[in-house]
Design a binder for this molecule. Structure first.
Ligand SMILES: O=C(O)CCC(=O)C(=O)O
Length: 199
């Protein structure tokens, strides 16, 4: 389920994490997606995957994406807590005998948050309980990348206007650097940046 920007997208903790991991590689980052995830009773393990595989590049030392999984209920071993392969953001050398570790479970109480880099192997767990396991994933991507969800369609200007400058910047209603994404609109939805001398 794709969701509009939520309060969680701009909590100081999430933004501090995104600052730390993404700002070394861009001037400003963006919301990639906001996705509600419900794992129903009886669902089995999701295939382990990386989320930044939407971008067909790997640049050593550069993270493209940071993800935050908010637990909307307790995440337990029984109900399908997210499985995370620790260290999987580092290259594996199978020829040298490296082995992929078993995933660990992000067991956490309702209202917690799990941060994981876009190139970390992870997946939802099997839900062996009798209640849905609900979470909300906010992703953030480097400001010069295309966002996973087209935020200008998902949150068009008339809706985006209800959000403050920070959220509109996160949505992409601003330029990145001197001209990427520029648009000559005289509209209150646009956030002028320090690099913005043209519109
Ligand atoms: O629900 C989870 O724990 C992870 C979900 C996920 O990684 C995905 O849907 O891509």
């Amino acid at each position: 389920m794709r969701l509009p920007p939520s309060i969680s997208s701009r909590t100081p903790l999430a933004l501090a994490m995104a600052d730390a991991f993404l700002l070394p590689h861009c001037l400003d980052y963006r919301i990639g997606s906001n996705t509600g995830i419900e794992i129903l009773p009886g669902e089995t393990d999701q295939v382990l995957h990386t989320d930044d595989s939407i971008y067909p590049v790997r640049i050593p030392g550069m993270q493209l994406q940071l993800n935050a999984m908010w637990s909307l209920c307790d995440f337990t071993q029984e109900n399908g807590a997210t499985r995370v392969v620790l260290g999987s953001h580092k290259p594996f050398d199978y020829d040298a005998g490296d082995q992929q570790p078993e995933p660990v479970l992000a067991v956490m109480p309702r209202g917690s948050v799990l941060f994981y880099l876009g190139n970390v192997l992870h997946g939802g767990g099997a839900n062996c309980s009798n209640a849905p396991r609900m979470g909300l994933i906010n992703t953030y991507s480097l400001g010069w990348l295309r966002q996973e969800v087209n935020q200008y369609l998902a949150v068009p200007p008339e809706k985006a206007k209800q959000y403050d400058d920070r959220v509109r910047r996160l949505l992409g209603y601003t330029k990145h650097g001197s001209s990427l994404g520029h648009c000559r609109i005289a509209d209150e939805v646009w956030v002028r940046s320090e690099h913005d001398h043209t519109s």
